[in-house]
Design a protein around this ligand. Structure first.
Ligand code: ADP
Length: 676
């Protein structure tokens, strides 16, 4: 943080004052030479203020250093030389940190801490060179003692940089972390523990400290704990407290660093403190870096989750919007197909249109299924299902398609227990998806074998094996993921959205089963295995048997309400052709008016109407008669169905509605009404 402006005079004055006091304190620990102390906090103060306020604060350091020395020992010349050395040392240290280690952000990363240590060790060479040389030249130091004084001076300055500069910098820049209550308690406990332990080691409380056992290391864990749990700021503070107590104790003859002379003791102590600082600060910076990475990851995660939700919503909306226009197309198609006197050409065209519309519907249904599964809105109606019967049905449906590619389809259903508790439609959907894939991905004249067995009586495994294009081992891991289509190139497209297997696997899981795949690699075929829990034959006997009531409902009156003109006209045509009497309206108001004038046997209504909802219409009609109703909607999740049923509809159909489905629903609705 370098200020371009000159720091205001009061700031310079305060820094000079602080430097002076710290210098006096430091020189009070100068034993080898009156001007050379192994404890020199001013070095750290000078470095910190230069980094915080910019290089222009240098006069404060120069004046402070001059005053400390001029009032302690030497003469004006030596004091000027020492002040020059102190100032140059701080400026060069700050330059190194600014240039190579992010300035005041130097403690954000472990590399920064190491670079800072290096800058401290290197830049502090300057001051003793100026200081000790000028003292020796002035006759205030013995040339014979030059080396020892130089070392003391240098170590004092270097440890001053290492211990004091981080403390000032970290307390001056805004902390990015706030403590919660329990963390504040933890910090309190840690500081207390640190105080007690350093007193025990250095304070003379216990006899061990008086005996000078080498037990300084027992303070280490507390410092490391602080570094691990809190920021660099707390770590620097902890070390500062520890080192202050250690200096006091050592000078009083306590603790492990006591040597023959006080200077030697302090040199040993300061070396220990320097190493501890670098280690703990690097660890603390490493922890901070890790936390930042975790936060960034968390942020990324929530971005991805939001994007995923948006995608799901988009898919749900998209599939709904794509579905709506298909309703009139299918209805019109049905009408055209029942038209007499069709030429062969129109027949072929209609068949082509049907195939493509059905394919489109299938894709949209896949999308809808998938969005329902991802939104956990899948509704399963469990009942005992004869798996062999279901498989045979699916195979029959697909046989023509397999035959068109001359595929040999074998059925080998050997399982002796083959009843499962399942949603019959969804169970068939799983088998259908897997078998359709086998047909799709097996070249002409290949083979498909569908078999079943019981690895144990409670488990039924259905296997669909083909001799097709096989699966790359690398693709195999993600084959059940949505939109996965293997490594196939665009030219080699087979159609589809890559959702079939994702849906099938989710459906298998929703049934408490598993769907897995095996393949020996490309062109070596694939085997899909569906495993499900079986149920006992006794339970299976409760399979509900559907009978089709052949009662004719011809001549019954239907009130049809749909604001989509095309859909309404097409449906009306169809229903009329089936023998119903239909009154078609497009709004809720006209529907109500028509209903008041006539008596209807059934209401078929779109849920979304321009002047209200089909649900309101149903409720209002119920108030005047007991008419049954079928709701038609582009939306079909559980909530939509529930709301329709609550409004009094007996059925809720999702667009596009196939005629068969509608007819079955009409039958059920009328039957239900006849019974009640
Ligand atoms: P789609 O078939 O619509 O692409 P699926 O989810 O059904 O989507 O299948 C995903 C992918 O898995 C396919 O695109 C294909 O690459 C691969 N796959 C599925 N079944 C087989 C199979 N029997 N043989 C080879 N590859 C298959």
């Amino acid at each position: 943080m370098q200020s371009r402006r000159f720091p205001p005079l009061p700031v310079i004055g305060i820094v000079t004052g602080v430097y002076f006091i710290a210098g006096k304190l430091g020189l009070s620990l100068a034993f080898l030479n009156a001007s050379a102390s192994p404890v020199w906090p001013p070095a750290g103060i000078a470095l910190a203020v230069l980094l915080l306020f910019g290089y222009r604060i240098w006069p404060a350091i120069f004046v402070g250093a001059f005053l400390v020395n001029a009032t302690t020992a030497g003469n004006v010349a030596t004091s000027l030389a020492i002040a020059t050395g102190n100032t140059l040392e701080a400026v060069s240290g700050a330059w190194l940190v600014n240039r190579f280690a992010d300035g005041t952000s130097v403690f954000d990363r472990p590399q920064g801490v190491f670079k800072f240590a290096l800058a401290a060790v290197v830049s502090t060479i300057v001051s003793p060179i100026f200081g000790v040389t000028s003292l020796a030249l002035g006759g205030f130091a013995n040339w014979a003692n030059y080396g020892a004084i130089w070392l003391t001076w240098w170590l004092g300055d270097a440890t001053g940089d290492l211990l004091i500069a981080p403390l000032i910098i970290l307390w001056s820049v805004a902390s990015k972390r706030r403590w919660n209550r329990s963390q504040a308690v933890e910090v309190g406990v840690l500081l207390l523990l640190l105080f007690v332990l350093s007193e025990a080691v250095f304070g003379g409380w216990l006899t061990i400290s008086a005996r000078n056992y080498p037990i300084a290391f027992i303070c280490g864990p507390i410092v490391i704990w602080t570094a691990f749990r809190f920021t660099q700021r707390e770590t620097a503070t902890g070390i500062f407290i520890l080192s202050a107590i250690a200096i006091w104790g050592t000078l009083h003859g306590f603790g492990p660093f006591v040597r023959e002379t006080e200077n030697q003791s302090l040199l040993a102590l300061q070396s220990w403190a320097a190493v501890l600082t670098i280690t703990a600060m690097a660890l603390s910076a490493g922890m901070a870096e890790r936390q930042r990475a975790e936060e960034a990851l968390q942020q990324q995660k929530s971005v991805v989750e939001t994007a995923n939700r948006t995608k799901d919503q988009f898919l749900a909306m998209l599939s709904h919007e794509l579905r709506t226009p298909l309703t009139p197309v299918i209805s019109a198609l049905e009408a055209l197909e029942t038209e007499p006197a069709r030429t062969e050409e129109t027949k072929a065209s209609l068949a082509m249109i049907r195939r493509n519309v059905e394919l489109e519907t299938q894709l949209i249904d896949d999308l809808l299924d998938f969005t329902r599964i991802t939104k956990d809105k899948l509704q399963l109606r469990f009942a005992p299902v004869d798996a062999h019967l279901a498989i045979s049905n699916v195979v029959e449906i697909c046989r023509a398609e397999a035959a068109s590619k001359q595929l040999d389809v074998h059925l080998n259903l050997r399982a002796s227990t083959y009843n499962v508790a399942a949603d019959a439609a969804k169970f068939q959907q799983i088998i259908w998806n897997v078998l359709k894939n086998a047909i799709k991905f097996t070249p002409e004249e290949g083979e498909i074998a569908i078999s079943s067995l019981n690895p144990s009586p409670e488990v039924l495994t259905i296997s669909v094996r083909d001799t097709g294009i096989g699966i790359d081992p690398e693709v195999m891991r993600r084959i059940f993921e949505p939109f996965e289509q293997g490594n196939r190139s665009f030219e080699r497209r087979f159609g589809g959205l890559g959702l079939g297997l994702a849906i099938s696997k989710s459906l298998a899981q929703a049934h408490g089963g598993t769907l897995t795949v095996q393949s020996d690699g490309p062109d070596r075929g694939s085997t899909f295995l569906l495993s499900m829990q079986t149920i006992s034959p006794a339970e299976a006997l409760t399979v509900p048997v559907r009978t089709r009531d052949e009662t004719s409902w011809q001549g019954l009156k239907i009130l049809l309400v749909d604001d989509h003109q095309d859909t309404c006209t097409a449906l009306e045509k169809l229903l009329v052709r089936r023998g119903y009497l239909v009154a078609a309206t497009h709004t809720m108001r006209s529907a109500m008016e028509t209903a008041v004038r006539n008596r209807f046997d059934l209401l078929i209504s779109d849920v979304a109407l321009p002047d209200g909802t089909g649900l309101e219409l149903m409720m209002q009609l119920h108030a005047i008669s007991n008419i049954p109703g079928i709701a038609i909607s582009g939306f079909g999740n559980n909530g939509d169905v529930e709301r329709s049923l609550q409004a009094g509809f007996s059925e809720h159909l999702i667009k596009p509605v196939k005629l068969d489905t509608l007819e079955a629903a009409i039958e059920r609705a009328l039957q239900g009404a006849a019974v009640s």
